[in-house]
Design a protein around this ligand. Structure first.
Ligand code: GLU
Ligand code: ZN
Length: 464
């Protein structure tokens, strides 16, 4: 049998880390067994659904490369199919119209609660056959009254529900729109889904869905319920603490590889391996090794992973363009004749994200401002001006502008003024980058070029 999985987000919010994990696991599972993966958007909740969320879902998955083989299907396009199935179920006697008023149901509920009972529908209309022209009804599924629903969850093992605990589920609302549980069942059946991989918040829906499938004599798919994602400090995964919208990470200069790795490892492990290529993920992923316990999302680990990838991917057009985009975002104008490859090569080991890379490399692209000249004086006392002037003169006669020739000059300055080389470097570092910390200053000077370097030194000479 061909494996078919699906990702079925509701379009009532942006994709967050937990939902991306469900998508990733479903996709990898299909990939591993050469099956197919379907994207289905559950948009029947008209009030809360929004096209912006549909775009967000699609763009997030595309960014991460979690590509679907079929879809995206929208449930709102499939209402006729659900209607037909509901009619079929009514005809077969698997469903019935419930004319109970909202008021009656409310009273019933309060009564049950006051007697310490679990609120549930008393099945009045299941037993009292009423035929009415009244249009104000819901349609309910005739849940079996006895017996059990047993399924072998691929992550949690055997799960048992007693039918006596299950209500007669509403499958069509008063407004004629079918309910979530019903659409899921009909879609999973129609799309021939073999494995339903979804969040553990759906465990209670599973026996109801299985009962509906059974009433239709349909194939029952395998189910796997993935645990919750919580914060590193064990608190619930809240919107405030982490980027609720995964696409936000893209804006912040994260790479898709680090998001995929971080999400993959939320509750799934493979020996002690930390880093996986996409191909390795596809080959090694299995539901058997997904943990039952809640998974901790650790932002520090995501940063660490992103640092790893930022420093291991080739410096090609992709990375250069990403840097350019991030420079634009912080309003830095760059000229294309800068050597972006060398800048990235020099700077990336100290950056976690591409946004960091843009911020930390900004001195290559824009004039620096020295707010406090005392920072320079701190290193060479009052001799700094004379030393800078000499250095300037010597640097201006370099013909072949490269870091080794620059270092030779700086060494000769260090000798001439009996000053440790480190302090000469610092003097230039502050003059050229505006900061006391930077990578190798002679390499920076080489990349910046002779004219810009000398200009910056001159500017300092004027103000100091
Ligand atoms: N639409 C549901 C959700 O976003 C998922 C349904 C399912 O996977 O069965 O939680
Ligand atoms: Zn009723």
């Amino acid at each position: 049998m061909k494996i078919k999985t699906r990702f079925a987000p509701s379009s009532t919010g942006c994709l967050h880390i937990g939902s991306v994990r469900t998508a990733l696991y479903s996709w990898l599972f299909a990939q591993r067994y050469h099956g197919s993966f379907i994207l289905r958007i559950e948009d029947t909740d008209i009030k809360r659904s929004n096209n912006e969320y549909i775009k967000n879902i699609i763009n997030t998955l595309k960014w991460l490369g979690i590509m679907w083989d079929e879809g995206p299907y929208l449930q709102s396009d499939r209402l006729t199919l659900y209607k037909d199935k509901i009619t079929e179920m009514l005809d077969l006697g698997h469903a019935y119209k419930c004319y109970c008023s909202i008021d009656r149901l409310k009273k019933l509920r309060l009564q049950q609660i006051s007697c310490g009972l679990k609120p549930s529908y008393d099945r009045k209309c299941r037993y009292n056959k009423i035929s009415s022209n009244d249009q104000d009804y819901v349609i309910r599924f005739k849940n079996p009254l006895s017996g059990q629903v047993i399924f072998d969850d691929k992550i949690r093992g055997e799960i048992i529900f007693n039918n006596s605990e299950l209500d007669d589920l509403v499958i069509q609302r008063r407004n004629g729109i079918p309910t979530y549980n019903f659409c899921v069942v009909i879609d999973d059946l129609d799309m021939e889904i073999t494995h339903v991989i979804r969040g553990e918040d759906h465990i209670n829906n599973t026996p109801r869905q299985i009962n509906i499938l059974k009433s239709l004599n349909a194939y029952i798919p395998h189910y796997a319920h993935v645990s919750m994602v919580i914060n590193h400090d064990k608190s619930n995964f809240s919107k405030r603490k982490n980027a609720c919208n995964v696409l936000e990470y893209k804006n912040q200069g994260f790479l898709k590889e680090s998001i995929l790795n971080s999400v993959l490892r939320l509750g799934w492990s493979y020996h002690n391996q930390e880093i996986f290529t996409i191909d390795e993920m596809k080959k090694k992923f299995s539901l058997r090794h997904v943990s039952k316990s809640p998974s901790e999302f650790n932002f520090q680990k995501l940063l660490w992973l992103n640092h790893y990838y930022l420093n291991h991917i080739p410096i090609d057009n992709f990375l250069i363009n990403q840097l350019k985009k991030n420079l634009q975002k912080i309003d830095i104008k760059y000229s294309n004749d800068m050597n972006f490859t060398k800048i990235i090569d020099l700077m990336r080991s100290r950056c976690n994200t591409i946004q960091d890379l843009a911020i930390q490399s900004r001195f290559f692209f824009e004039e620096i401002t020295i707010l406090n000249i005392d920072v320079i004086k701190k290193y060479l006392f009052n001799k700094h001006n004379m030393i800078l002037q000499f250095t300037y003169d010597k640097l201006s006669i370099i013909k072949d502008w490269n870091s080794s020739n620059i270092v030779d000059i700086l060494k000769s300055m260090s000798k001439k003024f009996s000053i440790v080389l480190k302090n000469i470097f610092m003097l230039l570092r502050i003059s050229i980058t505006g900061s006391e910390t930077s990578p190798n200053i002679s390499v920076i000077m080489e990349i910046l070029g002779k004219i810009k370097t000398l200009c910056r030194i001159k500017k300092i000479l004027k103000i100091s």
